[in-house]
Design a protein around this ligand. Structure first.
Ligand SMILES: Cc1cc2nc3c(=O)[nH]c(=O)nc-3n(C[C@H](O)[C@H](O)[C@H](O)COP(=O)(O)OP(=O)(O)OC[C@H]3O[C@@H](n4cnc5c(N)ncnc54)[C@H](O)[C@@H]3O)c2cc1C
Length: 392
């Protein structure tokens, strides 16, 4: 294959993925009764958006905004960027949105209860409650987008004031954090510590993991592999402190950034569906996302136990599969099974560099990831996928 075809092939492949993350869907009516979606993140909001003009739906979220976590790390280094990562759900869903925290589900009476005492009846329930993370990956749920912006703008000041920064965790999120810092702050000492012997993800090839490491090192990031931070819980997260590792290192720092993975958000269903959870708190689902043993209850996104990386990209694929099956059910067609797997992972290493892998072995040229992701972390596309214009 010539270089031109190679580039074209990838551009076309990425174009399709990016388009599929959006809103192409038919308008055939879906008759499944009242569908209640809990969660206004990548899986839940995309599902509800695809259903809103075709079915009787309510979407419930404990925040009045969609939180675009893909771009949260840029909001932690660039002042004013945070307004691009909170998309008002009311502007997307109007009166189909209910803001409130779900605390219980009664599958016998098909009723959801909210923390404020309200209850909502459903015929079909889709749980898409996602994951919990700590700053700068996520904030706790806030009551307005402006509160989120203030939290991130304050964090930007903290990053700017720090001379020595330690990032704990070298998965995709830790790598992206190191990339943001390495791009914007050449004068700081940035150390990335990872317990594993290789960065990024076990789904990446050994060569790609090494190449990502080289890119970070060329940016001036010190990468420590195969070593574990032993005093993370005791560290002063707000000022001067010393990071200790199992390998005996003592690293003085004035900002520690934890990037060590997210935990499942289960407070909506833990009390009622606790026996349907796996050891990570994720709901056990079949290949149609039906929670096993719970008719008319589905789980998608990070809170279901599909065997694949927990990614927004996958959550949006789940949403597409569910919509197709609601339509198939309405028209009496056979249901479509979901095939879990590793589709692709594109990493932005700051705003100017990208790295990607499709499937288990194929490297995606960096300029494609840079163009599609690194430049604006897909903020513009995410707003426009919901029919809105992102703020400047
Ligand atoms: C910094 C960072 C960068 C990332 N980058 C990428 C990337 O580049 N590509 C990628 O594919 N993935 C990426 N991810 C992973 C991605 O963000 C998650 O996989 C994705 O958010 C999961 O989507 P979700 O809809 O399942 O959950 P979420 O997006 O977490 O949404 C969950 C929703 O449920 C709501 N909710 C939860 N509990 C309740 C309740 N009890 N009552 C009411 N509402 C509730 C929440 O408020 C939220 O609206 C990244 C994650 C982080 C933290």
């Amino acid at each position: 294959m010539g270089l031109f075809e190679y580039i074209f092939d990838y551009m076309y492949y990425m174009y399709n993925i990016v388009q599929n993350m959006g809103t192409s869907y038919s308008q055939t009516r879906i008759n499944c009764g009242h569908i209640v979606v809990v969660g206004g993140g990548y899986a839940g909001a995309n599902l509800a958006y695809k259903l809103k003009d075709r079915a009787d739906i309510t979407i419930i979220s404990d925040t009045p905004y969609f939180f675009h976590s893909l771009a949260a790390l840029r909001a932690s280094v660039e002042k004013g960027f945070a307004k691009k990562i909170t998309i008002p759900l009311k502007d997307i869903f109007g009166d189909k949105l209910k803001v409130g925290k779900v605390t219980g589900i009664d599958t016998n009476t098909k009723t959801i209860s909210l923390e404020n005492g309200e209850s909502v009846k459903y015929d079909v329930l889709v749980l898409a409650t996602g994951s919990n993370g700590v700053l700068p990956c996520q904030t706790e749920p806030k009551t307005t987008p402006e509160e989120v912006h203030t939290v991130y703008d304050t964090y930007v000041d903290k990053v700017a004031a720090a001379r020595n920064i330690v990032i704990v965790g070298g998965g995709p999120v830790g790598v992206e954090m190191a990339g943001e810092l390495g791009t914007d702050f050449k004068d700081k000492s940035i150390t990335l510590i990872h317990a594993n012997d290789n960065l990024v993800s076990p789904h990446y090839t050994a060569k790609n993991r090494k190449d990502v490491q080289k890119i970070l090192e060329q940016m001036g990031v010190t990468v420590i592999l195969g070593d574990k931070v032993t005093n993370l819980e005791q560290l002063n997260k707000d000022g001067a402190t010393t990071v200790e590792t199992s390998g005996g290192k003592q690293i003085p720092t004035d900002l520690v950034i934890p990037c060590i993975g997210l935990t499942t958000r289960r407070d909506a269903y833990e009390s009622s569906l606790g026996d349907k959870m796996d050891s990570f708190g994720r709901l056990k689902v079949d290949e149609y996302f039906n929670v096993i043993g719970c008719e008319d209850v589905f789980a998608i996104g990070d809170c279901c136990n599909t065997d694949e990386p927990k990614m927004a990209l996958n959550g949006m694929e789940h949403a597409k599969c569910i919509v197709a099956n609601f339509a198939n059910k309405t028209s009496g067609k056979p249901l479509k099974k979901y095939n879990a797997g590793f589709i692709m992972m594109g990493i932005s290493i700051g705003r100017n560099v990208g790295f990607g892998q499709k499937g288990t072995s194929s490297t995606i040229p960096g300029f494609i990831i840079k163009m599609l992701k690194s430049r604006d972390l897909m903020t513009g596309k995410t707003w426009s996928d919901f029919g809105l214009k992102q703020p400047k």
